[in-house]
Write a protein that binds this ligand. Sequence first.
Ligand SMILES: N=C(N)NCCCC[C@H](N)C(=O)O
Ligand SMILES: O=C(O)CCC(=O)C(=O)O
Ligand SMILES: [Fe+2]
Length: 332
Amino acid sequence: MCSNFKSIPMIDVSPLLAKCDDPKMGEDGGVIEVVRQLNQACTQAGFFYVKGHGIPISILQEVKEKTHKFFELPYEEKSKIKLNATAGYRGYQKVLENITKGVPDMHEAIDCYRELKPGAYGEVGKILEGHNQWPLNPPNYKEMMEKYINMCTDLSRNIMRGIALALGGSPYEFEGDRAGDPFWVVRILGYPKKPFENGVNDIGCGAHTDYGLLTLLNQEDGINALEVRNLSGKWISAPPVPGTFVCNIGDMLKIYSNGLYESTLHRVINNSDRYRVSVAYFYETNFHTAVEPLDICKQRNGKVNQADETKKVERAVYGEHLVGKVLTNFVF
Ligand SMILES: N=C(N)NCCCC[C@H](N)C(=O)O
Ligand SMILES: O=C(O)CCC(=O)C(=O)O
Ligand SMILES: [Fe+2]
């Protein structure tokens, strides 16, 4: 449903957060206004900036500073937590190891996934069984990230309450069996500065959509590198705005919304002369949730837009969708 947007809107979610534990939040004037803005952003761009999110800016900065420190270490040190299949595809990958649409990406990263009990991933998810591999250097990185991840999970749940209202549902559409026990993914990313030493690809991360419900991106200040594609195929810059998250819709929310909301294509090109880090937190459904369009969206889509009524939105089991992606992201 993505339109021909030219920039990405900024939403102050503080009125939503102030009321997010009130079952009558949908009647509050401040919440109604945030919900209107969420609905507009999600129908038009699938992307928005979030401010007033309550996570201290000092923590957003500390996460990026410590991440710079990690990526500055020599390869021998970073490779102590090397990603591999037996670690459940968690850990460090060097530049050009992650692949997007068949092309190696000019980024290095640490991938992390919520740890479920052995067996809880089922047959298809078995390959993700394992423990996160956190670096010992810089000190306290694990503790910092675990605290940060908890804050991102709480914030995402609350934004999803607003999005549930925006779709015309109850605030709790995405709790219980859908996302009451949310899976999460974190990618800690580093993009080399130009000129690249071993550059076979100028693209930091090729065009892709995110897999789950909602992404919270904490990106490096002062470097324009993230781009978002609009309906006419034009790449729109999503420049960093200090203290905010860039938020975008994933494939599962596209399905729930019956295509009213798009999981928008985006990519990263670091053309600057500075090394860029970003930390992407992905808020997902429960691992085994079978995702299909919400009834409220089927009706609504039919009434609002004839063209969309015929648009087929494929259903998916989240965990299968994720595993399918992970297996094509690496060649071992
Ligand atoms: N968990 C999420 N959403 N990760 C997004 C990674 C995007 C790049 C990946 N190589 C790909 O092709 O999907
Ligand atoms: O680094 C960024 O700005 C975006 C990364 C991204 O899109 C992703 O990891 O899914
Ligand atoms: Fe992404």
